[in-house]
Design a protein around this ligand. Structure first.
Ligand code: MRU
Length: 384
């Protein structure tokens, strides 16, 4: 993504000091663009837990770089034990997205697991080098997968645009795409999942317009998706979370594309709280509902989405909102009575039957075990 004419990823190693991980501070957006240095694995844990970084792909890449920092910190004689301990702490930061454990486990496999067998004789310094290269490879792969997702989703959007043109000629309205939360560049290392297709369509000259759900309580839609779309110049409107059904009823949504935090091999999807309601409304109104995700978001060992652990976050996120005052200050205000308690689940599960298809780096498939395994046959045998 280009910010003020310069290309950024969301996480990288500092140019002149590869012992430092740099991130874009998502807590400061959309009002301030700020880069933070993470120098220790404890910094990475905090960045993930407190959502300085967030989104399935990005927390996966952050976990990978976190294990790298743990490798730098590990004692020469307690390398495996120190790295295992740090990886366990990283995995415990956020429970719902698959990518976090997927990336941490991939790091462990190279450093301490069976893949490391050949590396057992390496010096600690050489193992640290393996850790850096593996974390970088995980980040690069995330970006590459998201780019592929964009190319696959572009074809779907193009088909809708062509249908609209055939119906209404040159004056055809734009392809209206509704999205929930932030599944854009900020949620991954680059490109994004749901928004990758939108960017690809926009760059290909297709007339697209995005309905951006504000996504209470953390407002990732208002704060992050809207900010990204502004940077890329994509036409969009921010809408209150409850507006989607109304727009679908009026024929103002051509397709819904969301991201995913975890998808089971049978096609159930955990995504940001409120996604399920959008999927139900989409089915009721015959609007195709797509989920865009890389393979690192699949939990190939799980069938039933109801088994996905759903993170419950602090009630303060529901009881307060933050924003910019007319004077330009960032303030947080309480929106309920002092004595009102709140509950705050981060995600919900959309059953496969509401999903028209998955947009993945390998292609588009049905949200079903057969569909998923047609793209990822190597996982067919891991469950009876
Ligand atoms: O709690 P967050 O902001 O980390 O939530 C994750 C998400 O960004 C969304 O659920 C998103 O739609 C899927 S992750 C690409």
């Amino acid at each position: 993504m280009n910010i003020n004419g310069r290309h950024y990823r969301t996480i990288w190693l500092k140019e002149d000091d590869k012992r430092v991980v740099q991130i874009i501070n998502q807590l400061a957006l959309p009002h301030r663009f700020e880069i933070l240095d993470l120098r220790a694995v404890a910094d990475v844990q905090r960045a993930i837990k407190d959502m300085y970084v967030r989104g399935a792909g990005l927390i996966g890449a952050a976990a990978a770089f976190g294990v790298y920092l743990a490798a730098l910190e590990a004692g020469d004689n307690s390398f495996e034990q120190d790295v295992l301990q740090a990886a366990a702490a990283l995995k415990a930061t956020r429970p719902t997205a698959s990518n976090l454990a997927w990336a941490a486990n991939r790091m462990l496999a190279r450093l301490t697991g069976c893949e490391a067998r050949g590396a057992r004789n390496l010096t600690a310094a050489e193992k640290r080098d393996v850790a850096r290269r593996t974390a970088q490879a995980i980040a690069d792969q995330d970006a590459e997968w998201c780019k592929q997702i964009g190319a696959r989703g572009l074809n779907l959007i193009k088909a809708v645009a062509e249908r609209k043109k055939a119906r209404s000629g040159a004056s055809a309205p734009p392809v209206h795409i509704l999205t929930h939360c932030n599944a854009g560049w900020l949620a991954f290392v680059d490109y994004g999942s749901a928004l990758s297709s939108v960017y690809a369509a926009f760059d290909a000259g297709i007339d697209v317009h995005v309905w951006v759900d504000e996504t209470r309580p953390r407002n990732q839609g208002a704060n992050l998706t809207a900010w990204e779309l502004c940077r890329h110049g994509v036409p969009h409107d921010l809408i209150p979370d409850n507006a989607g059904g109304h727009l679908m009823q009026r024929g103002l949504v051509d397709m819904v594309i969301t991201g995913a935090d975890r998808a089971t091999r049978c096609g159930d999807v955990a995504n940001k709280i409120g996604t399920y309601l959008k999927a139900v409304a989409a089915q009721e109104n015959n609007v195709p509902f797509y989920v865009a995700l890389p393979s690192s978001t699949f939990d190939f060992a799980m069938r039933d989405g109801m088994e996905i652990p759903i993170e419950e976050r602090d009630a303060s996120e529901a009881r307060f909102v933050s924003g910019k005052t007319a004077a330009g200050d960032i303030e947080t205000v309480q929106i309920c009575p002092d004595e009102t308690p709140a509950r705050n689940w981060g995600f919900d599960v959309t059953p496969a039957r509401y999903i028209r298809g998955f947009i993945t780096e390998r292609g588009v498939c049905d949200a079903s075990e057969k569909g998923v395994l047609s793209l990822y046959p190597e996982y067919a045998g891991i469950l009876p």
